[in-house]
Design a protein around this ligand. Sequence first.
Ligand SMILES: [Zn+2]
Length: 228
Amino acid sequence: MWESRYPALPEGQLRGDVFALAGELGVDVTDVQVAPQTATTTQYNAYVTGLGDHHVVVLYETLLLRSTPAEVWVVAAHELGHVAAGDGSRRALLASLGAMAMTALVGAAATSSRVRRRASTQQVRIADAPAVPMLIALTVAAGVLVLPVFDSASRAFELRADVTALQATDDPRALRSVVARSAVLYLDEPDPAWPWRLLSGHPSPVERVALAEAWAARERCPARRPHC
Ligand SMILES: [Zn+2]
């Protein structure tokens, strides 16, 4: 059911490498497809869709047109790294736990006598008009407490996927250039101040480049660089 959505990437080095890496990582990939989105987006991306033993790697046509083969390869390896580590399930679990934690925090705060006095109501319920602004404020406050935990885990997932991409490609130069180009395209702050870093689900471009440079500093045999 996943095979027919977009045209398949033609047979070639990249397609073969994606299947080979998926096999190494234990990810069952049934197809590599190209999303023809040049007319609707300038986004520069790839993703893996599917469940169980049916995964499809989808590469944006924009990625293929604007990148070197080495850059496409590092992006595909990053996405396969997420699937191999089960990051989709981990994110869903964390989001559920975060929602429960926020609900518990709001519930606990809303039943405190001080909050009820401030809201000028006996019970803080969504049906009570005076309580609505207080409930909104409590929800925002709970989000400020809970979201950094979720975002911290998300940043760790992203850095791990970058490490998987570096292990697969041994091409830190390609990763660095993908990060730099994405930062320009998405207007990312290269090195945001700590409050923004805390609330970001992705490591900053500077952190990702630092990882690539640390990898480049290692003395390793470049035997696995088919696209360099
Ligand atoms: Zn990622």
